[in-house]
Design a protein around this ligand. Structure first.
Ligand SMILES: NC(=O)c1ccc[n+]([C@@H]2O[C@H](COP(=O)([O-])OP(=O)(O)OC[C@H]3O[C@@H](n4cnc5c(N)ncnc54)[C@H](O)[C@@H]3O)[C@@H](O)[C@H]2O)c1
Length: 246
């Protein structure tokens, strides 16, 4: 086993699909107990069914923009485990391709709520529980579009740049209290989120000429959560086949 996460507890959002599901399976393989959060109950059940290890799994169905729901998730983790070691704040949504004048204000607000505000809400409730047992590690999912821009994706880009800055800010707030916070910046990854994209076109945008796999992102997440990354905080990790290096 690469890492021993036995007796550790992780909260993972967006755990029903794609990157969140891959991270859930990998952390479980290291013996980590899990609280899996997603809007989609059926997908969460599938994630749970795919975990064969003997770990404790809490399933929480709800919306990461709902602060009452998130507080309840953390309260349930506290009741059951009395600790929270890791958080992977990853739930997010893609945006329609629209210029700023054409993007409805309502859709702007939704993007900012789901892709940025939820990350603050999650950390706001997670951090006090982490501090109770002496610290923890948090990974927030940003994007290549949290580092560079692309046309007609203003809300997603603003939200993901916000996640980049928020993760740095959180890292500094808690650097001397043993909570590490890092963000990850995937290129285009083969998940349902990009199912409607033209695969050949987006493959060409990556110097490695391919899309990433959710399992590759999960490997980075587990490293950043692990003790092997004990001096890594406030970092914004590109994992994109060279996309932002161009
Ligand atoms: N796939 C990519 O190319 C790519 C690239 C860069 C960043 N990302 C980011 O990675 C993260 C995971 O995306 P993915 O590719 O695995 O997508 P996905 O669609 O496969 O999974 C996202 C999951 O988040 C859940 N979710 C969405 N909104 C939610 C909400 N309000 N409350 C609770 N759960 C919610 C969905 O139900 C889904 O299960 C997202 O933040 C996304 O922006 C993805």
């Amino acid at each position: 086993m690469k890492y021993n996460f036995e007796n550790k507890v992780a909260m993972i959002t967006g755990a029903g699909s794609g990157i969140g599901q891959a991270a859930s399976l990998l952390l479980a393989s290291y013996g980590c107990n899990l609280c899996l959060v997603d809007l989609n109950e059926e997908n969460l059940s599938q994630t749970k069914a795919r975990i064969k290890q003997d770990v404790e799994i809490l399933i929480k169905v709800g919306d990461v923009t709902d602060t009452v729901f998130l507080k309840q998730c953390v309260d349930v983790i506290d009741d059951k485990f009395k600790r929270l070691d890791f958080a992977f704040n990853n739930a997010g949504m893609a945006s329609a391709a629209l210029s700023i004048a054409d993007l409805e204000i309502e859709m702007w607000n939704k993007q900012i709520n789901v892709n940025l505000n939820s990350i603050f809400y999650c950390m706001h409730y997670q951090i006090p529980l982490m501090l109770k047992t002496g610290g923890g590690a948090i990974v927030n999912t940003s994007s290549i579009l949290g580092t560079v821009a692309a046309r007609n994706r203003s809300a997603y880009i603003a939200a993901k740049h916000g996640v980049t800055g928020l993760s740095k800010a959180a890292a500094l707030d808690y650097a001397d209290q043993n909570i590490r916070v890092n963000s990850i910046h995937p290129g285009y990854i083969e998940t349902p989120l990009i199912a409607h994209f033209d695969t050949a076109e987006i493959e060409r945008k990556h110097p490695m000429q391919r899309l990433g796999k959710a399992s590759e992102i999960a490997e980075l997440v587990s490293f950043l959560l692990s003790g092997d990354a004990s001096f890594v905080t406030g970092a914004n990790y590109a994992i994109d086949g060279g996309y932002v290096t161009q």
